[in-house]
Ligand binder design. Structure first.
Ligand SMILES: [Zn+2]
Length: 575
């Protein structure tokens, strides 16, 4: 491809709306174009990379036993109602009405549609296991589309659904997907960690995310450097320090004028925060909830949401606190009536705590679970923080931001039971298929590839994804022989099967080299009067500091060999 003909111009400065390195570079290099919030188009260079990403995904899914299908993006709303997910998705689901006043949804994911396909074509255990996937446009009405290609409203997703006869079968399919996903991200040059996650609107049980740890990520993950434990912060556990046993002492009232926070209280009484009981008030699905947790710990609202089984949770405002009969700053679960109490599992086992008295400016010493108060639910609702002990080995945990690159779920029989995806087992008994669901966002992967592979000058494409193998630069083309030599090399390289982007423009060396660095092809080849004097061309790898000379005569063969040596790999999972 001649750069003079290429559609899409490079830019010196990125538009102000770009907030991250990958977004700035994708715009400056002319790979993507925003049409509206969360809606992008892809120019020739960007589209080349996206197709290569899709091909890597396709190869790995096929190697893992997946079969590619293509399912509709437009879904009758009834299947979303049958699964109960029309409500769960809420406003994230794009819903539209056809001319006959029937409602349709634009698919954000395809569990329901794949189950419909399964019902038509699968009768017997002999048809299983079955792994179906597609690479297709999805729609999600994100409340806050942002970050360039990270959070889109229209995007491409590879979604695979596995159907097995039992949970053991699902474990096998799940393991296959874990290794296929690892191969995809490795081949794309994006380092990922596998973290435990919460399932959100998907239902089901085990699930994990592949996360690329980087500061621009919207997710938070907790990682143990010692044993490899990794979890999304929403799900992460910590090893809680167990208090020494003490004899329960009699409750004493103490005056604590003006002390509202745990820190003030602990300082005033000269005790560690772990000897106090913290009260936090939530409105959960419109009902008041009193949460009691040891004073040194914080509440993880996602865990609490799951424990309560509600869709919506927020802190109560002052008016609601008063209406529930609670005294802010001195609230107590002791003697509390008509309010649901949830205790973190740290609280019941801690003896002789200082807790509120539910009277202004007053606290109680020696409050003990069971004797003085009790909870409707006791569960782990603790938020993991930097430096907390790892739940598996006790070493210090570290917190990181990250981008969720892929998500794998063990759905079990949630959808197959609800939607009637059954098969006949050996004895001829109908049983629900045991399902798994596995997704990768393609454009988000493009963004992560650029985020993980760039420097201050521009993109550094991994050989597996580069839009072109070689960036051929001709300098001072008005000088005799230069254009001819460069044209000949361009033709020879193409004949040798090398993908070449040929900068044949009449621009200064500075502009051409800056564009080569910005566009990021792995190998730059320069033809100039200076190199031709030595009957040579200059080769420079995008990550190399200095160029090397290569004889003009052997240049096509040498370049071809260099490209082949770094070139795209075969699928890593042999079929
Ligand atoms: Zn550990």
């Amino acid at each position: 491809m001649r750069l003079s003909q290429l559609f899409g111009k490079t830019m010196r400065q990125a538009p102000a709306e770009a907030e991250t390195d990958n977004h700035r570079l994708l715009l400056r290099a002319g790979l993507v174009q925003q049409l509206a919030a969360g809606i992008y188009g892809y120019l020739p260079l960007g589209w080349r990379v996206l197709r290569k990403i899709e091909q890597i995904i396709r190869e790995e899914m096929d190697a893992a036993g997946g079969q590619e299908v293509m399912l509709p993006a437009l879904h009758p709303i009834e299947i979303w109602e049958a699964s109960g997910r029309r409500q769960k998705y809420g406003h994230d689901l794009f819903v539209l009405k056809d001319r006959r006043d029937h409602y349709l949804a634009l698919g954000p994911t395809h569990e329901e549609v794949t189950v419909e396909l399964f019902k038509r074509h699968v009768q017997s255990y002999r048809d299983l296991p079955l792994l179906l996937y597609q690479i297709q446009t999805k729609f999600r009405d994100e409340p806050r589309p942002r970050g360039g290609l990270i959070r889109l409203r229209e995007f491409t997703m590879k979604d695979l659904y596995s159907f097995d006869v039992d949970w053991d079968g699902l474990d096998v399919s799940y393991e296959k997907m874990l290794s296929a996903y690892k191969n995809v991200f490795d081949r794309c040059g994006v380092p990922t960690v596998l973290v435990q996650a919460h399932s959100g609107a998907m239902g089901g049980r085990d699930n994990q995310e592949f996360v690329y740890l980087c500061d621009i990520g919207e997710d938070e993950a907790v990682v143990c450097g010692a044993c490899g434990y990794a979890a999304n912060t929403e799900k992460a556990e910590i090893r809680k320090r167990r208090p020494d046993p003490e004899e329960p002492l009699p409750v004493e009232e103490i005056s604590t004028p003006g002390l509202k926070t745990i820190e003030e209280l602990a300082r005033f009484l000269d005790i560690p925060p772990a000897k106090t009981l913290k009260a936090v008030f939530y409105s959960a699905g419109g009902k008041p909830v009193f949460v009691a947790i040891r004073g040194d710990l914080e509440v993880n609202e996602t865990k609490l949401l799951h424990v309560l089984g509600v869709d919506e949770l927020r802190l109560m405002d002052d008016r609601e606190v008063e209406a529930a009969g609670l005294v802010a700053g001195s609230a107590s679960p002791r003697g509390l009536k008509g309010v649901r109490v949830v205790a973190d599992d740290s609280a019941p086992e801690a003896p002789n705590l200082v807790a509120g008295a539910n009277k202004p400016d007053t606290h109680l010493r020696n409050v003990n679970y069971g004797r003085d108060w009790s909870a409707d639910v006791v569960a782990d609702i603790t938020l993991a923080r930097e430096g907390d002990p790892c739940p598996s080995c006790g070493a210090k945990l570290s917190c990181h931001r990250g981008i969720e690159m892929g998500h794998v779920f063990k759905l079990g029989t949630f959808y197959s039971e609800k939607l009637g995806a059954t098969f006949l087992d050996h004895e001829g008994t109908a049983r629900p298929a045991v399902m798994g669901s596995y997704g990768i966002g393609v454009e988000r992967l493009l963004a992560a590839v650029v985020e993980a592979n760039h420097d201050e000058k521009g993109i550094i494409w991994p050989a597996s994804l580069t839009p072109f193998d070689v960036h051929l630069v001709a300098l001072s083309t008005d000088r005799p022989g230069v254009a001819e030599a460069a044209d000949r090399l361009y033709a020879d390289l193409q004949a040798a099967g090398v993908d070449v982007l040929y900068d044949d423009r009449e621009e200064s060396p500075g502009v051409k080299f800056n564009d080569a660095d910005l566009l990021g092809m792995p190998l730059r080849v320069t033809v100039s009067p200076r190199t031709l004097e030595k009957a040579a061309v200059e080769l420079k790898g995008r990550r190399e500091k200095e160029p090397t000379l290569c004889p003009l005569e052997s240049a096509p063969a040498e370049i071809r060999d260099r490209v082949a040596a770094s070139g795209p790999q075969e699928p890593q999972t042999p079929r």
